[in-house]
Design a protein around this ligand. Structure first.
Ligand SMILES: *[C@@H]1O[C@H](CO)[C@@H](O)[C@H](O)[C@H]1NC(C)=O
Ligand SMILES: *[C@@H]1O[C@H](CO)[C@@H](O)[C@H](O)[C@H]1NC(C)=O
Length: 640
């Protein structure tokens, strides 16, 4: 049991550390529960900690005179008598209660409560008299022990708390640094350590199972406890790290005449070998049948003997039964591979292969067994995929998008169930209009938690490739990303015009005239229909209409060698696009003054009042033409 004296946030953290170590916790504070910080109050309500009030404590103990005199001290004024009463009552409490550790908080040198600081030396003295180690916050001279910054591991497969705990202490110096070192140490360990410790614990219990049975029915004859000292200091002990688990073990006799003691010793030796040589991730998924197989010698260990030059492995010269004694066969040859399937939702970036993240690159080239790709993922990216990896590309035709999506998700789950690593490859960033969210929920509901690997979104990268800054001081203070296609092909609502804002529209090029119509409030191709269609068009935009001479860019195949950028104004862009002939999907639309901001000498005073007319600005930019087309990307990219 841990006694915590104090009710502040530090006390809460002490309580948490003690609970993490499976200790019972009692908090002693003047005023009882109401005096606790929120976290401790919550823990008290949950029944995780018990709370004691100093005053209740003193009425319990035999300090009657102090109680009788209580009325004489004015509230808030501490007297020598109060101190003495507290000390006596704590002394009484510690003699009645099996407390193993005491922590005192509220003693930080900066805190106002000098009372607890004056009480602390007395508390420490009493604890020592009771032989209970004590820790007093910020008073190292009074401490018998220090708190380590700890981390309790969980078993990632079941979520259960593991017995595995890591503590780092700087012994009262540099707590914050210690806690950072602990974080870094935890991050450096494979997260399966928690599960591995749980499985090894189970394996140890199984190894000793028969020992207990045997003791129960008095089978142990030639041996007694000390001979069977498998936890002790002899070479067979699983826990003795000084001994090599590779010490030769007497060859198992073929006639099964091994005594129980020999069997237990042999099994514990195997536990030691498994702990020493198997990978942590292998250990963390060990099943009970596998454990029994390990203990009976029918599953071998990875071939440690081959690296064990000093010792001749008996497996080289003995028939099969005896070789299992040392268990040196590689585990993979005898256990059917039960690799866990995984699903990664990966963004391929806008197209240029050098814009893949390292994570995506390694998923594609090192980890994937099966790649399920969206239709628009560029071939330069697909070409990176090693030949032996199966690649399927979505049959996503217009109108069939939902069907293709479902097909892909089903295929991914099916393959992951077979233990494969499946990569769902998406254009750009998987979350930005990539429908990754639906897949995350679908995979989760089918028992797979996918890893989402972000990609460079074309919403940001394509404008940069086209020389358009999505934000620019003096021109564009914000940008907004939206799509030109609504849910299930329905119309989409577009945001209204704001001068300092860049509008980025993904997947709208195929419906350019509708999009532009919604922005302007009339169809730019059919001026006769202005009055007729006005209300309908207006309905697809929230806010002010866009000015007809506002710059717009259509970026097709952004970042790819055949990138095409069409720049124009809202009123002319539809005619311009038609004049270009075939479209080059995927494309996106950029609307706003940012489109012209960095052209030539630049124009970054769009937001300044009286800085020339917009008409003049557009004329300057387009050189009097109605539109302009630029093909290809900067040569600089060829070397990246
Ligand atoms: C137990 O074993 C120890 C050492 O092996 C031996 O000295 C002792 O006599 C044994 N005790 C019994 C009860 O057999
Ligand atoms: C028009 O296109 C040419 C060549 O593609 C390019 O050099 C120029 O900068 C473009 N002008 C604008 C306004 O984009």
């Amino acid at each position: 049991m841990v006694l915590i004296i104090g009710g502040d946030a530090l006390a809460a953290s002490r309580a948490y550390a003690s609970l993490e170590a499976d200790a019972a916790v009692v908090v002693l504070v003047r005023g009882g529960s109401p005096a606790l910080c929120d976290e401790l109050q919550w823990r008290a309500r949950q029944g995780q900690v018990s709370v004691l009030d100093w005053d209740a404590l003193s009425s319990d103990s035999r300090v009657d005179n102090a109680c009788a005199l209580e009325g004489t001290s004015a509230p808030g004024i501490e007297t020598e008598l109060d101190l003495e009463r507290d000390i006596t009552s704590l002394d009484g409490y510690l003699s009645r209660t099996p407390v193993s550790l005491v922590c005192v908080t509220g003693t930080l040198s900066l805190s106002h409560s000098s009372r607890i600081r004056s009480l602390a030396p007395h508390i420490a003295r009493i604890c020592r008299a009771h032989r209970i180690p004590v820790n007093v916050a910020d008073m190292p001279a009074l401490c018998d022990f220090y708190f380590a910054s700890t981390h309790r591991f969980v078993d990632p497969t079941t979520g259960a708390k593991s017995s595995m705990q890591l503590g780092v202490t700087a012994n009262g110096e540099g707590c914050r640094l210690a806690s950072r070192i602990r974080r870094e140490a935890v991050a450096a360990l494979p997260k399966e350590v928690g599960g591995a410790v749980i499985r090894i614990g189970q394996l140890r219990r199984l190894a000793r199972e028969h020992e207990r049975e045997a003791e129960g029915c008095g089978v142990i004859e030639e041996t007694n406890g000390s001979d069977l000292d498998i936890e002790g200091a002899n070479g067979d002990a699983e826990d003795t790290s000084v001994n090599t688990p590779n010490q030769p073990v007497p060859i198992r006799r073929a006639d099964d005449s091994e005594s129980i003691a020999e069997a237990v010793r042999r099994r514990m030796r195997w536990v030691a070998q498994v702990s020493e040589y198997w990978s942590i991730s292998q250990l963390s998924v060990l099943t009970e049948p596998e454990m029994r197989a390990v203990l009976s010698g029918s599953i071998g260990l990875p071939s440690v003997g081959q690296h064990n030059h000093g010792e001749r492995s008996p497996s080289q010269s003995l028939p099969p039964l005896q070789t299992s004694q040392h268990g040196l066969q590689p585990i993979l040859s005898s256990v059917p591979s039960k690799k866990q399937g995984r699903i990664l939702l990966v963004g391929s970036g806008p197209g240029h292969p050098s814009l893949l993240t390292l994570a995506t690159h390694s998923a594609l080239t090192k980890h994937a067994d099966l790649i399920l790709s969206d239709k628009l993922v560029p071939s330069a990216v697909l070409e990176l995929i090693p030949r032996h990896v199966e690649l399927r590309i979505a049959r996503k035709f217009p109108g069939n998008a939902d069907g293709a999506q479902t097909e892909m998700m089903e295929a991914a789950v099916e393959a992951a169930r077979r233990g494969l690593t499946v990569v769902r490859l998406k254009q750009g960033d998987p979350i930005v209009y990539g429908r990754a969210g639906e897949e995350v929920l679908y995979f989760r509901s089918h028992g797979f938690e996918p890893l989402v690997v972000p990609g460079v979104s074309s919403a940001l990268a394509a404008p940069t490739f086209a020389g358009i800054p999505v934000t620019q001081r003096g021109v564009a203070e914000t940008f907004i990303v939206c799509t030109g296609v609504g849910r299930q092909g329905k119309e989409v609502r577009l945001p209204g015009y704001e001068r300092p804002r860049t509008l980025l529209i993904l997947m709208g090029v195929a419906r350019l005239s509708e999009v532009v119509g919604a922005l302007l409030g009339y169809s730019p191709l059919d001026t006769a229909s202005i009055s007729k269609d006005d209300s309908k068009r207006e309905g697809r935009r929230d806010g002010s209409p866009y000015p007809p001479n506002l710059p717009i860019a259509i970026i097709e195949r952004g970042s790819m060698p055949d990138q095409r950028v069409l720049v124009s104004t809202l009123e002319n862009v539809c005619t311009a696009l038609e004049s270009l002939g075939a479209q080059r999907p995927p494309g996106m639309i950029v609307v706003g003054w940012a489109v012209l901001a960095l052209h030539g000498h630049g124009d970054v005073r769009v937001l300044e009042e009286g800085e020339g007319s917009d008409e003049e600005r557009v004329k300057q930019w387009l050189g009097g033409r109605r539109w302009n087309v630029t093909e290809g990307i900067s040569e600089g990219w060829s070397v990246l």
